[in-house]
Write a protein that binds this ligand. Structure first.
Ligand SMILES: [Zn+2]
Length: 200
């Protein structure tokens, strides 16, 4: 998928994921949001850590939409097994998650050793950032799995996988079919938000 499609897929998938799993708290529907904006509770909502968590979550999921494609650049590409290699595999997700999980887990310890108190909101914020990066990364791989090229899930094995399993049923990057899939996702997400099924 091209970068623009990845960005849109990640943005609308993040909304859907939060609506179903409440990754960053209650999902506010369009109606609830407009009611809140016109109510006296707006000031409290703006000062609530929830706003910070939600902003971090959505911004990072969208920013990470293109991150696995870092392997398109020569210097990284060769190191990471070429385009759609390591960064598009289960091993890539695992090692990247371990890397960020180590940072998240060791941060409080480092601050305790340094004698610095880390506010619980900041700790929760780091956890949200970790979940957003992993979610954004996985969504990118799923989106690439919808294309003809597929993804090498079990890299270094070169076998590529996708959905539907037969590549003939998947679309080619940059064709009208990619736009069709993209606009279908945008339409469904817009419909979900407009009808109150989905929220942010
Ligand atoms: Zn990719």
């Amino acid at each position: 998928m091209n970068g623009r499609s990845h960005t849109a897929v990640n943005a609308f998938s993040a909304v859907t994921i939060n609506s179903v799993f409440h990754t960053v708290g209650t999902a506010y529907t369009w109606h609830q949001l407009t009611t809140l904006v016109m109510s006296p509770q707006l000031a409290n909502a703006l000062l609530s850590p929830l706003l910070l968590y939600k902003t971090t979550y959505y911004v990072l999921v969208v920013l990470c939409a293109r991150l696995p494609d870092i392997d398109q650049y020569n210097r990284f590409g060769r190191l990471l097994g070429g385009h759609r290699g390591f960064t598009h595999s289960c091993l890539g997700i695992l090692l990247m998650s371990l890397f960020f999980a180590t940072i998240v887990a060791s941060l409080p310890l480092l601050f305790v050793i340094g004698g610095i108190f880390l506010h619980p909101v900041l700790l929760a914020e780091v956890k949200v950032a970790f979940e957003a990066i992993v979610t954004g990364w996985i969504l990118h791989i799923i989106a690439d799995g919808l294309t003809k090229g597929g993804v090498p899930l079990f890299w270094p094995s070169p076998t590529r996988y996708g959905f539907p399993p037969k590549s003939i049923w998947r679309f080619k990057v940059g064709t009208i079919w990619e736009d069709l899939v993209l606009w279908s996702i945008i339409f469904l997400a817009g419909f979900g938000m407009g009808t109150g099924i989905l929220g942010v």
